[in-house]
Ligand binder design. Sequence first.
Ligand code: NAD
Ligand code: UDP
Length: 312
Amino acid sequence: MTRKRILVTGGAGFVGSHLCERLLNEGHEVFCLDNYFTGQKQNIVHLLDHPYFEMIRHDVTMPFFIEADEIYNLACPASPVHYQYNAIKTMKTSVMGAINMLGLAKRVNAKILQASTSEVYGDPKVHPQPESYWGHVNPIGERSCYDEGKRAAETLFVSYHQQNDVQIKIIRIFNTYGPRMHPNDGRVVSNFIVQALQNKDITIYGEGDQTRSFQYVDDLVEGMIRMMASPASFTGPVNIGNPNEFTIRQLADHVIRLTGSSSKIIKQPLPADDPMMRQPDITLAKKNLDWAPTVQLEEGLLKTIEFFKTII
Ligand code: NAD
Ligand code: UDP
């Protein structure tokens, strides 16, 4: 096996830390770049003594140079609470981060994968969402710094590929959960589990009949690695998500049952532009990557609940 030098931006975050771990386990050298905006040293502290792991504190909005064979570009706050905290910075991170990392990929001839998102489909009018769907995104709404930032990043990736022959890979990630989610990031799975474990009210926004399709983090990491290893002609975008769709109320019921909690469900206002439904069409990932998720909701929730028990 050839040891590759792999840069993971956003490597101290929830998904990034699992990816770094997996790449190290496969024998690669991993450079983890992060500014710790939403990531934590705690997520990667167990990797710091690994001889092939390096942590670099850096902001992707600034240029960065390193010799690398592959780049996974994950740096970007992902939860609505975090990305809306500083909308301008979120947009800069997506767009300038993409430009800086694509420039690096071009200079050192690295293959580069972009962690895009199902948010490029906005509040979709097509269901489930295939990659061919252009989406329904509000360009000036509360979520637009993230949605449009990620859409612009996809445009940049495709342009660097077409104009400069940079080897690109774009994956559109659907709602992912698992150990090392930040307990205060406001995302629905972490919120509900933390609330249930503390027997506090479970906060459903709106009526709870909006849907999401939840993917366990190990399935995502497998999809990312398969995408990076796929033939150069397959650039994506490709959906990586679990097609099993649940209403938010169903999720709340599952979490209460699996934690044995005495929490009550309460309703709070639905945030603006909150997508009403979301489900990936994964036909393309199945065909081109021979990939499909293997962890279903109950199994994944139980693992995630065990993690939150250790930190609460
Ligand atoms: P996260 O917030 O845990 O991780 C993001 C990481 O990026 C953090 O460690 C953060 O400190 C770092 N970061 C943010 N801004 C940075 C900057 N300017 N410079 C350097 N580092 C910076 O979120 P996550 O869930 O692990 O998401 C990882 C990636 O996957 C993101 O790009 C996100 O948009 C994408 N994604 C995630 C999901 C999901 O459900 N988790 C869904 C779709 C897309
Ligand atoms: N949500 C909720 N209660 C919470 C947090 C989120 O009902 O405490 C809802 C939110 O309105 C959305 C869904 O759960 O409809 C998923 O929210 P999340 O922030 O996890 O992800 P995204 O909206 O980006 O898919």
